[in-house]
Design a protein around this ligand. Structure first.
Ligand code: PMP
Length: 295
């Protein structure tokens, strides 16, 4: 992934992709003092760019650091990275981390760095996606908010995500469904989850995992379609009542789920409708996105 053409925005400069190298004694690598975003550009516009930028800044603050760029400058840098790579449809990955100025648990002397990389990533689940993905039950749980900074999109929170995904991939699943520390349904490793039960949309309360930007977008699109949306505690035993299940996230977009463990689901009309609405919305201009969701 590091040996390719392209430019990466790094602390205000555009660096050739191959030269964007970091010192091995970087604090972010040793102690996971890093936060990131996952954004998507469609037809030249980064969908909900300012919301992602604000979440990035807030993710850093939750970890106790201030990214040394304003929201305006970060937005501009994301657009610059996209343009510099001549891309209109792309995944955009900003990352902020503590540097190599000090290496101990205490990191007061470290500088905060920011990079933005852009690449083509059609969908998290590739060509399998429209037929529906298969979720296996994760061996790891989402932690209590006093155990980890669960509102931050912090790199460290992805450690158990990767471990969970690897564990279920061995059994042929595409992704892992994570429960929270109480045993409630939480989310997939990189996307939120929705269930259609009795014709209504049900989704877990995001009190220990990300309240995704896609999640909120899908809820707004559902409301526009006069679908009832219920945020509530969902226990794994209830999943069998669902007639449709789907994931929502920037990389996953709206992806039907066809299996969770032993339970089978068929991609259905509500998923298809919201998927179509989402695909149409993200391809409109930022002004149009706002107008559509405000209406
Ligand atoms: N949960 C996790 C763990 C994620 O990594 C993501 C992707 N950022 C989401 C949920 C969905 O968030 P969003 O819709 O803002 O991309």
């Amino acid at each position: 992934f590091d040996d390719r053409d392209g430019l990466i925005w790094w602390d205000g400069e555009l660096i050739p992709w191959r030269d964007a190298r970091l010192h091995v004694l970087s604090h972010g690598l040793h102690y996971a003092s890093a936060v990131f975003e996952g954004e998507r550009a469609y037809e030249g516009h980064i969908f909900k760019l300012r919301e992602h930028t604000e979440r990035l800044i807030e993710s850093g603050r939750i970890l106790g650091f201030e990214i040394p760029f304003t929201a305006e400058a970060i937005d501009a840098a994301c657009k610059q990275a996209l343009a510099a790579n001549d891309m209109t449809n792309a995944y955009v990955r900003p990352l902020a981390w503590r540097g190599s100025e000090q290496l101990s648990v205490s990191a007061q002397a470290t500088k905060i760095h920011l990079m933005i990389a852009v690449w083509s990533w059609p969908n998290l689940f590739g060509s399998d996606r429209m037929a529906g993905v298969k979720l296996g039950m994760a061996p790891w749980k989402r932690p209590h908010p006093e155990t980890a900074p669960t509102r931050s999109k912090a790199a460290g929170l992805y450690m158990t995500g990767t471990m969970s995904k690897h564990a279920v991939e061995l059994d042929g699943f595409n992704d892992a469904l994570m429960l929270d520390w109480r045993g409630r349904v939480a989310e997939a490793t990189g996307a939120n989850i929705f269930f259609v039960i009795d014709g209504k949309l049900h989704t877990p309360i995001p009190d220990c995992f990300l309240d995704g930007i896609t999640r909120r977008t899908v809820m707004a699109l559902a409301a526009k379609r006069n679908l009832d949306v219920v945020e509530r505690i969902i226990m794994p035993e209830e999943m069998a009542q669902a007639t449709e299940v789907f994931l929502a996230g920037t990389a996953a977009e709206v992806t039907p789920v066809r299996q969770i463990g032993e339970l089978m689901f068929a991609p259905g009309p509500i998923t298809q409708m919201l998927l179509t609405d989402y695909e149409a919305l993200v391809r409109t201009s930022p002004e149009q996105v706002q107008a559509t969701l405000a209406a």
